[in-house]
Design a protein around this ligand. Structure first.
Ligand SMILES: [Zn+2]
Length: 379
């Protein structure tokens, strides 16, 4: 089958797997994650990215979208392992006069990352611009990020309407929902936007998504469950022809990077949300994790098996008890398969997983190093 696509993650956060359990999103971010992230270095980011990429490859992921910092280290991990990635330098700015603040450097880092790595190694890497969210970026900064993406001819990757609290605060401060706020600021006018989450949407939000030039929504059911953010309105989004793909979000809030698991969660949660077992069908969800994921991340020619196509492929061993009997293969992949069925993974024709083993990554020393660096971040 085509390779799986993880449409939204923060790979270095693999080092924070299992850290800060028992917090809501706000407390988890501000009292646990952000202080640990302050201690990150290029070395630990590279190690975290390698750990996440190892996990993703073994789970059949051939392409992912990342938003983080020390992005050169992430790009290096991508180049070293052979996986494909859409990488954005995460941007935050709380200063309304941002151009006079020190936060301007993040935008410049995003720009230089684009110049150094966009389409590197024959298109293995795409660089987009990554304003983190409406609650971590002042309006002028969001506009500056959109302007930079437009000037570079690239896209934006942002978290939008993840929690009810985010929407409420945005309405209190700006008088509009996060989607309306970004629309008013012109973010959806000219460049593709990868919008992670979109869990809490108003009727006007749906209209904006339908009319916007190019919004690609990343549904992250596992992370939304773990942080009790809610269940995204998948059926309504699909009914309105919104482009939807799947993501795991960072491992710290999931707590793994298993897209097959997200496929099953997306399919089953949509049914629970709508109280209707026909809410979504297996094929639609599988397409979200494959071809719609590839095109959403800017890899238009992948995600589908065809003569002359790109060989981003996963081989499943279906001669296993969990895949028999086979009334319908797609249904079995969506509801019955798991990573243990994945034997081989190819990216751009290169064999990166062979008989369940990574071909380019020496796992034991990587795990030892990840453990040591992770302890240093959380002490
Ligand atoms: Zn995220």
């Amino acid at each position: 089958m085509p390779g799986l696509v993880n449409g939204h993650t923060h790979t270095p956060m693999a080092l924070l797997r299992g850290y800060g359990e028992g917090c809501n999103l706000h407390d988890w971010l501000f009292s646990k994650i952000f202080p640990a992230e302050d201690k990150l270095t290029a070395e630990s980011v590279y190690c975290g990215a390698m750990l996440a990429i190892s996990e993703m490859l073994l789970n059949g992921v051939t392409c992912f979208a990342d938003q983080y910092f020390f992005c050169e280290a992430i790009a290096q991990a991508v180049l070293d392992t052979g996986i494909k990635a859409n990488i954005s330098r995460g941007l935050q700015c709380f200063d309304h006069d941002y151009s006079k603040s020190n936060d301007d450097y993040r935008l410049r880092e995003g720009e230089s990352l684009f110049k150094d790595y966009h389409n590197a190694n024959d298109g293995q890497i795409k660089i987009w611009i990554g304003p983190h969210s409406v609650y971590t970026c002042v309006p002028k900064y969001l506009q500056a990020a959109a302007e930079l993406a437009g000037n570079l001819g690239t896209g934006l990757h942002i978290h939008l309407s993840e929690t009810a609290d985010e929407v409420e605060k945005c309405v209190t401060i700006y008088g509009t929902t996060p989607i309306q706020h970004c629309n008013t600021l012109g973010l959806f006018r000219s460049v593709p936007v990868l919008a992670a989450h979109c869990v809490h949407l108003s009727e006007e939000d749906y209209e904006i998504i339908a009319k916007a030039k190019d919004i690609r929504i990343v549904h992250n059911p596992g992370s939304n469950l773990k942080l009790a953010s809610g269940i995204a309105p998948l059926r309504k989004l699909l009914a309105q022809k919104a482009k939807v793909c799947l993501g795991t979000d960072g491992v710290a809030s999931n707590n793994d990077a298993d897209v097959l698991k997200e496929i099953r969660l997306a399919a089953t949660l949509a049914k629970v949300r709508e109280n209707d077992p026909l809410a979504v069908n297996s094929w639609d969800v599988l397409e979200m994790a494959t071809r719609h994921g590839s095109s959403s991340l800017g890899f238009d020619n992948a995600g589908i098996i065809r003569v002359g196509g790109v060989a981003d492929l996963v081989v499943l061993d279906i001669c296993k008890p969990n895949m028999y009997p086979m009334h319908d293969l797609i249904t079995n992949i969506v509801y019955s398969s798991n990573a243990a069925n994945i034997t081989h993974v190819f990216v751009n024709g290169a064999l990166l997983v062979e008989n369940g083993k990574l071909t380019r990554i020496d796992l034991p020393p990587l795990l030892v190093k990840a453990q040591k660096l992770a302890k240093g971040l959380t002490n």
